[in-house]
Design a protein around this ligand. Structure first.
Ligand code: SF4
Length: 749
C-alpha cells in the first residue's frame, strides 16, 4: 500500500548527481524498507527545485545488482592476458573477445540489428553481464579481502617504490572520504599519484582560475545571475547538465537579464537567449579574443579596474588586436556583426557574469579558453561585485569538494602545493609522517605510466570507472588490465571492476553520512536514509581499515571527526564545523557560520594571487588536435543527457530515468544523415581511428552540419571508444569535445 506522507520518515539530504547540489528530503516507508518519494527542500541555492534525476533517480540504490560482499578474483588469467583485436584498438569494435569479456563496441541487445530497422529486444540497462563475470570471482570475508589489498599494494610499494602505486578517488564520495583517500595514498604509500574525475571535467578551468585569480572555486553563485544585467552561458547545456541552475538563468532573463549563449550545439538554452552564437567547435579562443578586441576598440573596458586590480593588460591587448571580427568570423563561423553585438552587449552591461561548462574545459586548449573568459570579465571590471564573476559549472555533486579536499596530484587540501616547502612541512607535522615533495601523476598520465616498464603497477580505484569514462578506452583498458594489482571499491560491478583483482562493496550516498560541496562552494550534509545492503560498508571505513593494515595509526569514529581535522588544514573552510552546517549548509569562506550563510561574491577587494591582482594571460587560437578529413569527415562532440549520469552505473539502474532514455544514439544534422542515406532510428556504425561503436541515429536540428553528438553513458555503445586522448598541456584534460569520426550504415565495412 502507498502510505500517506505523515506515516513516512522524512530524511533531509542532498541530491547525488550534478554540482548544483539541490537540497531534498527523502520520504521513507520503514515498513517496506524503501523510499516512497523525494521532494525539493528550501535552501538558499536550490530553493526547493529538483530536476528529474533528483526527483526520481534514487531507486538504483535498491537494485538487486548491488555488490554486497567482498570479492576476490579466482581466475588470474581472466580478464588479463592477451587482448582481443577490439581492445587493441584496431578500429573494429562490436566484438566480444576470446575471453568472453564484454567490450565497448558490443551491443547488449540495446536496439536493432543490421536489416532490423525498428526491432530488437533490449537487454535492460546494457550493463555488465553478471552471469558472465561473477564466476571469475569468489566471495571473501572483509578481513581476507582487506588483508589481500594491503599486502599486495604493500609488496608492490616495497619492491618497486612509491611511484608504482596510484589511486583514483571519486567526486561521488563525500569530502571526508576524499580527504581520507588522498591522505592514505600520500602517507601510506608515499606518493602524490592521486587524482579523480576533475581531470576529465574542469581541471583546465581550475588551472586557469588558479593562475588568474588564485582560487580554483567560483567567484559567485549561480543564483547571483539575478543581479546581473548580462550573462554569458558558454560551452554548457545547463538544461540537461545543471537543470536547476538553468531554471535560475531562465528566470533572470524574464526579469530583464540579457542572455548570451555561446555553444556549437543549439541546445534548448538557445531558445531562451537574446543572442545565440553557434560557433564552430574548438574556436572559443578566437571568438573571445575577438569580443575583447571589440570591447577595447569601443572603449568599453574598465580602466580603473585594469589599473588597480589586474596585471599584464598590455600584452593581452596586443594579442587580441590580432583578432578583428572579420578574421574571427573566418575561424569561428560566426558573422562579424554578431561578434560586435556580443561585445557591445557585454561591454555596456553594468554587471555581467559568465557561466561555463565542459565545452570550454574539455579541449586541448581548455586552459586557454578559460583564460579568455577570466580576461574578458577582468578588463570590463566584472568580478567582485554582485551580478558579476566567473563560474565554471562543476559536474559531479562533490567534484568541488573532492578537489578542495586534496584529491589532486599537485595539491594538498585547499590547493596548497605539494612542492612548496612550508606547505609540506605543515602537512608533515599534521599527519605525522614524511611526505613526497614531487607532484604526482594525473588520471591521464597514470594511464600512460602503466604502459611503461617502470610505471604504476598497483592501483586503488574508489568509485571511478575509467574503463568507460576516460578517452580512448581501448588504450585505457589495455593499460589497466596489465596492472599487477587492481582493487576496485564501488557499489556495482562496473566495467572497471570487471578487471579487478579484489572488489570491495561500498555504500551509496543514501546509506551514509557525510558532507558535499556544490558548485557554489556550499558545504552541505548528506544524511543516511537507508541501511546498506549485505556487508557493504561506507567508503571512509574501508579506507581506514586499509590504512591501518599498511601501518597508519588512524582511529576516526565518525565523518564529523574527519571533517573537523580536514577543516583545520583548509583556510578556505575556516570556521565551518560538522555541527554548524545546519539544514541548508554554508558557503565558504564564512567568517560567522552561526549567523551567516557565507560569502557569495569573492574578490571584492583583492584576488587570492600572491600580489592580489588578477593575472591576465593572453592566448592564441590553436586548432583542435584531430581535424576531419576524407576518411573521418565528421566532428564528434561527447557529453551528457538530462536523464543520465556519467557512466550510467546509477541512472541506468534507475527505472524512471532509464525508461525515459534507454538507448544510445548519435545525434546528426538532417543533411549529414540524408547524405549517408540514414533514417531516424536506424542502427549505424560510428568509427574513429581508435575504435567503433554501433548505435541508433537521432536526426537533430540542434547539431551543426558536419557535427555529431554522442552521450557517453552507454556501455553498449561507449562514446569513449572513439574519443582522442590528446590533453591540454596545463590542466591535462582530454579533448572530449572534438575528434574526427565517420558514421555509416551497418552494412558498410
Ligand atoms: Fe540533482 Fe542537479 Fe537535478 Fe539538482 S539539478 S536535482 S543537483 S541533478
Amino acid at each position: 500500500p502507498i502510505r500517506p506522507r505523515e506515516e513516512l520518515d522524512a530524511v533531509d539530504s542532498v541530491c547525488p548527481y550534478c554540482g548544483v547540489g539541490c537540497a531534498l528530503t527523502y520520504y521513507v516507508d520503514r515498513e517496506r524498507g524503501a523510499i516512497s518519494f523525494a521532494e525539493g527542500r528550501d535552501q538558499p541555492g536550490s530553493q526547493s527545485r529538483l530536476c528529474v534525476k533528483g526527483r526520481y533517480g534514487w531507486d538504483y540504490s535498491a537494485s538487486p545488482q548491488r555488490l554486497t560482499v567482498p570479492l576476490i578474483r579466482v581466475d588470474s588469467a581472466y580478464p588479463k592476458g592477451p587482448l582481443s583485436a577490439d581492445v587493441r584498438g584496431d578500429g573494429h569494435g562490436g566484438t566480444r573477445n576470446d575471453r568472453g569479456r564484454v567490450n565497448g563496441g558490443e551491443r547488449s541487445g540495446g536496439g536493432r540489428k543490421p536489416g532490423d530497422k525498428r526491432g530488437g529486444k533490449r537487454k535492460p540497462g546494457g550493463l555488465v553481464d553478471y552471469d558472465e563475470v561473477m564466476p571469475h570471482f569468489r566471495e571473501a570475508t572483509w578481513d581476507e579481502a582487506l588483508d589481500l589489498v594491503a599486502s599486495r599494494l604493500g609488496e608492490i610499494h616495497a619492491l618497486r617504490g612509491s611511484e608504482a602505486i596510484a589511486g583514483f578517488g571519486s567526486a561521488k564520495c563525500s569530502n571526508e572520504e576524499a580527504y581520507l583517500f588522498q591522505k592514505l595514498i600520500r602517507t601510506g604509500f608515499g606518493t602524490n599519484n592521486v587524482d579523480h574525475c576533475t581531470r576529465l571535467c574542469h581541471a583546465s578551468s581550475v588551472a586557469a582560475l588558479f593562475e588568474g585569480v588564485g582560487s580554483g572555486a567560483v567567484s559567485t553563485t549561480y543564483g547571483d545571475v539575478a543581479n546581473a544585467d548580462c550573462v554569458i552561458i558558454t560551452g554548457s547545456n545547463p538544461t540537461a547538465n545543471h537543470p536547476v541552475a538553468s531554471s535560475f538563468f531562465k528566470q533572470a532573463r524574464r526579469r530583464g537579464t540579457k542572455v548570451i549563449y555561446v555553444d556549437p550545439r543549439a541546445s534548448t538554452v538557445a531558445e531562451h537567449a537574446d543572442i545565440f552564437v553557434q560557433l564552430k567547435p574548438g574556436t572559443d579562443v578566437a571568438f573571445y579574443n575577438s569580443v575583447m578586441h571589440e570591447v577595447i576598440r569601443l572603449g568599453l573596458i574598465d580602466r580603473d579596474f585594469i589599473a588597480n586590480r589586474t596585471s599584464n593588460y598590455d600584452e593581452l591587448a596586443r594579442t587580441v588586436a590580432d583578432y578583428p571580427p572579420e578574421r574571427a568570423a573566418q575561424i569561428t563561423g560566426v558573422d562579424a556583426d554578431t561578434i560586435r553585438e556580443v561585445a557591445r552587449t557585454w561591454g555596456e552591461a553594468g554587471s555581467a557574469v559568465v557561466y561555463w561548462g565542459m565545452g570550454i574545459s574539455q579541449h586541448t586548449t581548455g586552459t586557454d579558453n578559460a583564460r579568455c573568459l577570466i580576461a574578458l570579465c577582468s578588463i570590463t571590471g566584472n568580478v567582485g561585485r554582485p551580478g558579476t564573476g566567473l563560474h565554471p559549472l562543476r559536474g559531479q555533486n562533490n567534484v568541488q569538494g573532492a578537489s578542495d579536499a586534496g584529491l589532486i596530484p599537485m595539491f594538498y587540501p585547499d590547493y596548497q602545493g605539494v612542492d612548496r616547502d612550508a606547505t609540506q612541512r605543515r602537512f608533515e607535522q599534521a599527519w605525522g609522517t614524511p611526505l613526497n615533495p614531487n607532484r604526482g601523476l594525473t588520471v591521464t598520465e597514470i594511464i600512460g605510466s602503466v604502459l611503461k616498464p617502470d610505471g604504476v603497477r598497483g592501483m586503488y580505484m574508489l568509485g571511478e570507472n575509467p574503463f568507460l569514462s576516460d578517452p580512448n578506452i581501448n588504450k585505457v583498458r589495455k593499460a589497466l588490465s596489465s596492472l599487477d594489482f587492481l582493487v576496485v571499491q564501488d557499489i556495482f560491478l562496473t566495467e572497471t571492476a570487471e578487471f579487478a583483482d579484489v572488489i570491495l562493496p561500498a555504500t551509496s550516498y543514501l546509506e551514509k553520512d557525510g558532507t558535499y560541496t556544490n558548485t557554489d562552494r556550499r558545504v552541505q550534509l548528506g544524511r543516511k536514509v537507508m541501511d546498506a545492503p549485505g556487508q557493504a560498508r561506507p567508503d571512509w571505513q574501508i579506507v581506514q581499515d586499509i590504512a591501518r593494515r599498511v601501518g597508519l595509526d588512524w582511529d576516526y569514529g565518525a565523518p564529523g571527526e574527519v571533517f573537523d581535522e580536514m577543516v583545520a588544514l583548509m583556510p578556505s573552510y575556516r570556521n565551518l564545523r560538522y555541527d554548524n552546517l545546519g539544514l541548508s549548509g554554508k558557503l565558504y569562506p564564512n567568517d560567522d557560520p552561526e549567523h551567516s550563510d557565507g560569502t557569495i561574491v569573492m574578490f571584492d577587494e583583492k584576488f587570492n594571487t600572491d600580489d592580489g591582482l588578477a593575472h591576465l594571460v593572453p592566448a592564441q587560437w590553436l586548432p583542435p588536435k584531430e581535424l576531419p578529413d576524407a576518411e573521418y569527415p565528421l566532428v564528434l562532440n561527447t557529453g551528457r543527457l538530462l536523464e543520465h549520469w556519467h557512466t550510467g552505473s546509477m541512472t541506468r539502474r534507475s527505472f524512471a530515468l532509464d525508461a525515459i532514455s534507454p538507448v544510445a544514439e548519435v545525434y546528426m544534422h538532417p543533411k549529414d544523415a540524408a547524405d549517408r542515406g540514414l533514417a531516424h532510428g536506424e542502427m549505424v556504425r560510428a568509427r574513429s581511428r581508435r575504435g567503433a561503436i554501433e548505435l541508433q541515429v537521432r536526426i537533430s536540428h540542434r547539431e551543426q552540419l558536419g557535427n555529431c553528438f554522442i552521450p557517453f553513458h552507454f556501455r553498449e555503445a561507449a562514446a569513449n571508444l572513439l574519443t582522442i586522448d590528446e590533453i591540454d598541456p596545463y590542466g591535462k584534460i582530454p579533448e572530449f569535445k572534438f575528434c574526427a569520426i565517420q558514421v555509416e550504415p551497418l552494412g558498410v565495412r
